[in-house]
Design a protein around this ligand. Structure first.
Ligand code: F0G
Length: 458
């Protein structure tokens, strides 16, 4: 049961369902890569929850009301207040999106040969670490790799593995410990407050700064409220305050939980680090009071931060995702359980057991979801996360097709349509065949690849 949304619709955008024949042509022209399908040709766009939220009347009004200035815009003060009130941080920098905050932080802190542990680094984070000569290490609890485990916090860091790693490589080679909340590359799974506290303790004992990759902090707080003892009567804001009290800083793509279309924040407590990052920011993003954004976008982030932690909104968004997940499960479709925060992840290994990972089963599902119903989704599996080790591909444990829900955008009817399309596809899953790669870039290949089907699509 999903309660009605705590908002009503004021502006709408028309969407188009192309014919099957057109969809076949569109897929072929896009090299079967969803990033090359035009948005106008997509009926239900579940490619990402990033930068796709519907902004509120207050955010749009604020964008007009603020002043546009190179330095010292009033929006900077609004954001300062929001960052202080929501996250409890005095020091922060603005950037144009999450990966720019990663670039500024890692350029300033990582030396060649350093190791950066996390529950699971996301793709851009991983690449930003590698490009600075660092080594990203994932230390997720084992349950996080089991699609059917009902563990309530499958995004937790394995603390024992973290301590072992610190003892092995030495604290001086670990410039920071990270934790992605919620764990996007691991099924949108949350980390518990208990785990956040433990990682914080280990970090402090070893004098290593602890940072969140905070993209979906509000959904993480919602799961703590629902699943962890002692939090059910607390507000999302209170839980967020406590979560952030345990960290020394955070990278943040505002395009998710700040309900905006562009923006990022880098928060920290250390004044020296702040000064160094600020100099880097001025070199690559812009002056501190706008950091690569127009001031109107800074204003939208400031207002969105408050809206993104309102209890009724967070509850409704998470319930929508839950509704989609439960609907798919009821039709027998294998998904990553429990349902995560911002997306439902279909378990492609179980959906298409006849396609080996080197033929990209999760990507095959992405193609067929578009072909069957004009639905755009994203592969998080062997295209995005396979690694070449000594000349051979090593495939990730999880092979998933992600259906990410833009915030405040789709209705229950849209979700019912998605459930029906996936169910129809599931009935004829045996007919779905694998793909082969015909072009790939040397890094982050999942954005720009081109593929061909092993058997022609009809
Ligand atoms: N960290 C995580 C966990 C993310 O999910 C993303 C983006 C980033 C960092 C980078 O932020 O896009 O603002 O530069 N995730 C999007 C997604 C793209 O679709 O999951 P960005």
């Amino acid at each position: 049961m999903v309660n009605p949304p705590p908002y009503k619709i004021k502006v709408v955008e028309k969407i188009n369902l192309r014919s099957r024949e057109e969809r076949l042509r569109i897929l072929k022209e896009a090299g079967y890569n969803p990033f090359y399908i035009k948005a106008d040709d997509v009926y239900i766009d579940l490619l990402t929850d990033s930068g796709t939220a519907a902004m509120s009347d207050s955010q749009w009004a604020g964008m007009i009301e603020t002043n546009q200035a190179y330095a010292g815009s009033r929006s900077y003060d609004s954001l300062k207040q929001a960052v202080k009130e929501v996250f409890g941080f005095d020091l922060f920098l603005i950037a144009h999106q999450g990966r720019a905050t990663e670039n500024v932080l890692f350029s300033t802190t990582i030396r060649r040969g350093d190791v950066i542990p996390s529950n699971t680094h996301f793709d851009t984070t991983r690449q930003n670490i590698l490009s600075k000569g660092g080594e990203p290490v994932d230390l997720l609890v084992e349950e996080g790799y089991d699609p059917t485990s009902q563990h309530p916090f499958k995004g937790d860091v394995d603390v024992e593995k973290l301590v072992t790693l610190i003892n092995e490589v030495g604290g001086e080679r670990i410039p920071l410990i990270m934790m992605t909340i919620t764990n996007n590359a691991g099924g949108g799974q949350p980390a518990s407050m208990q785990n956040i506290k433990e990682v914080s303790r280990v970090a402090r004992e070893n004098r290593i700064p602890f940072f969140f990759d905070a993209c979906r902090f509000a959904e993480n707080a919602y799961f703590i409220k629902k699943r962890e003892g002692g939090y059910s009567s607390k507000t999302i804001r209170e839980i967020v305050s406590e979560m952030f009290s345990y960290v020394d800083g955070f990278t943040f793509s505002a395009k998710k939980d700040a309900l905006v279309n562009i923006g990022g924040i880098l928060g920290m407590r250390d004044q020296t680090l702040y000064e160094r990052c600020k100099n880097m920011l001025i070199q690559i993003e812009g002056f501190e009071s706008y950091g690569g954004l127009a001031c109107r976008d800074v204003e939208a982030v400031a207002r969105g931060l408050y809206e993104g932690v309102e209890d009724d909104y967070v509850e409704h968004y998470c319930q929508q995702v839950q509704y989609l997940g439960e609907g798919l499960k009821a039709k027998g479709i294998p998904i990553i359980e429990p349902v995560g925060g911002h997306a439902v992840y279909i378990d492609a290994k179980r959906f298409l057991p006849h396609i080996p990972q080197e033929e990209f089963p999760a990507q095959a599902l992405v193609v067929h979801l578009y072909l069957e119903g004009g639905i755009r989704s994203l592969e998080i599996g062997s295209v995005g996360f396979a690694k070449k080790v000594e000349g051979r591909w090593v495939y990730p444990k999880l092979e998933m097709t992600r259906l990410a829900l833009p915030r405040r955008v789709y209705t229950k009817e849209h979700l019912d349509y998605v459930i029906d399309v996936v169910a129809k596809l599931y009935e004829k899953r045996d007919k779905i065949k694998g793909f082969k790669m015909v072009y790939e870039a040397p890094s982050l290949r999942h954005f720009t690849f081109r593929m061909e089907p092993l058997e022609p699509l009809t």
